[in-house]
Design a protein around this ligand. Structure first.
Ligand SMILES: Cc1cc2nc3c(=O)[nH]c(=O)nc-3n(C[C@H](O)[C@H](O)[C@H](O)COP(=O)(O)OP(=O)(O)OC[C@H]3O[C@@H](n4cnc5c(N)ncnc54)[C@H](O)[C@@H]3O)c2cc1C
Length: 308
C-alpha cells in the first residue's frame, strides 16, 4: 500500500474533486465526538455517488488506503492519525425523502434529523434514534439501537459502493444484522443511500416517546463531555456500565481520559485526552472487570488509525 500522499497523487485527486473538498493533514480530532485523533493525510468530501466511485477507483489504482467516516461518534482515532484518504459524507449525501411509509435518505443525513423528519410526517419506528449522534450510514453499519429499537427493525434496502467503485444494492435479509453488527463490518462496502420502512403512527404518541428518550439520556449520560457513547458492548444479559461501576472504576482516569462519574459505560475526554490515554483506560477496565467478574468486555467503539 502506498501510504504517503505526495503532490503527484494530490494532483490526480484534484482532477476528480475540487481542492476545497480535499483537506490535507487534517486533524481528526475535528471530526470525532471524542475530540481525539491524529492527522489524516487527506480528508475528502465527495459531492455525489459518481464522484465517490471515481475517488475509490483512483485510490485503488494508486494503492492508497481508504477509511470511511460518518459522524465520528463511534470511533477512537489513534494519535498517529490515518494514512491515505478519509472519505466522509456531508450535505450532498443528506437528502431525505418520503414515499408513503418509506423514507429514503443519504448516508450523511444525521440519525437525529431523519428521526425528526419521520416524526414530522407521523411515521413511527425511528423514535429510538432521536438522541444517537451518528450519521444514517454509520447507524446502519453499527446497527445502532437504543431502548426498544435498532436499525435492523426499520432498514429495508441499502445502496452501497464496492472498493472497486461498483454500485450494489442490498435487501434487508442480506445485511446480516446482529447486536451492533452488520454485514458491512466485513465486506468493505460503502453505504450511500438507505431506505427505511416505517409505520403510520399517532403524532402525539411519537412525540411523547421521543421526549421521554431524550429526557432519559440527559439524566443518565454525560452529554456535556466529549465521548464516543458506550465504550463497550453489552455482554449477554448484563450491562457493561454496571459491571464497571461495581468494580469501583467510576472516575478512574489516565491523563484526561476518564470513566465517566455519571455513567460508567462511557469514557469521557476531560479536555486534552489522547487516544493512548483512552486505550490505557480501556485496557485497565477490561483487566479489572475480568479479574472481578470473569466477563471479558469487548469495545463497541471502533479503533482506527495508527499509534504514535
Ligand atoms: C453521546 C453518544 C451517545 C450514543 N448513543 C448511542 C446509542 O444509544 N446507541 C448506539 O447504537 N450508539 C450510540 N452512540 C454511538 C454512535 O452514535 C453510533 O454507533 C452511530 O451509529 C455511529 O455513526 P457515525 O456516523 O458517527 O459513525 P462513525 O463513528 O463515523 O463510524 C463508525 C463505523 O462506521 C463506519 N461507517 C460510517 N459511515 C459509513 C458508511 N456510509 N459506509 C460504510 N461504513 C461507514 C466507519 O468506517 C466506522 O467503522 C452514541 C455516541 C455518543 C457520542
Amino acid at each position: 500500500m502506498n501510504c504517503k500522499i505526495d503532490e503527484q497523487l494530490l494532483e490526480g485527486l484534484r482532477k476528480i474533486i475540487p481542492s476545497e473538498r480535499i483537506l490535507t493533514n487534517e486533524p481528526m480530532a475535528r471530526h470525532t465526538t471524542f475530540r481525539i485523533g491524529g492527522i489524516a493525510d487527506a480528508f475528502v468530501l465527495p459531492s455525489s455517488t459518481e464522484e465517490l466511485t471515481q475517488i475509490l477507483k483512483f485510490a485503488k489504482e494508486s494503492d492508497i488506503p481508504v477509511t470511511i467516516l460518518g459522524n465520528g461518534s463511534n470511533v477512537l482515532v489513534l494519535d498517529g492519525g490515518i494514512r491515505g484518504l478519509v472519505i466522509s459524507f456531508g450535505k450532498p449525501f443528506s437528502n431525505i425523502e418520503r414515499d408513503g411509509t418509506r423514507i429514503k435518505a443519504g448516508a450523511g443525513a444525521t440519525l437525529g434529523t431523519v428521526s425528526l423528519f419521520a416524526a414530522s410526517h407521523s411515521l413511527s419506528g425511528l423514535e429510538f434514534a432521536v438522541g444517537i449522534p451518528g450519521s444514517l450510514g454509520g447507524a446502519v453499519f453499527m446497527n445502532a439501537g437504543a431502548y426498544d429499537g435498532e436499525m435492523s427493525q426499520v432498514v429495508q434496502a441499502v445502496t452501497a459502493v464496492t472498493p472497486d467503485g461498483e454500485i450494489v444494492r442490498y435487501q434487508k435479509d442480506e445485511m446480516e444484522f446482529g447486536y451492533r453488527n452488520s454485514a458491512f463490518q466485513k465486506n468493505s462496502r460503502i453505504i450511500c443511500e438507505i431506505e427505511l420502512e416505517l409505520m403510520e403512527g399517532d403524532p402525539g404518541a411519537i412525540q411523547e416517546k421521543m421526549t421521554d428518550y431524550t429526557r432519559r439520556r440527559m439524566e443518565k449520560q454525560p452529554l456535556d463531555k466529549p465521548s464516543a457513547g458506550s465504550t463497550f458492548k453489552r455482554p449477554p444479559g448484563l450491562f457493561a456500565g454496571t459491571l464497571i461501576d461495581e468494580t469501583g472504576l467510576k472516575g478512574f482516569s489516565v491523563g484526561d481520559a476518564q470513566v465517566s462519574e455519571k455513567h460508567a459505560g462511557f469514557v469521557v475526554n476531560l479536555g486534552n485526552a489522547t487516544a493512548a490515554d483512552v486505550l490505557d483506560v480501556i485496557s485497565e477496565v477490561k483487566k479489572r472487570v475480568q479479574a472481578r467478574t470473569g466477563v471479558l468486555l469487548e469495545p463497541e467503539v471502533r479503533i482506527i488509525g495508527e499509534k504514535n
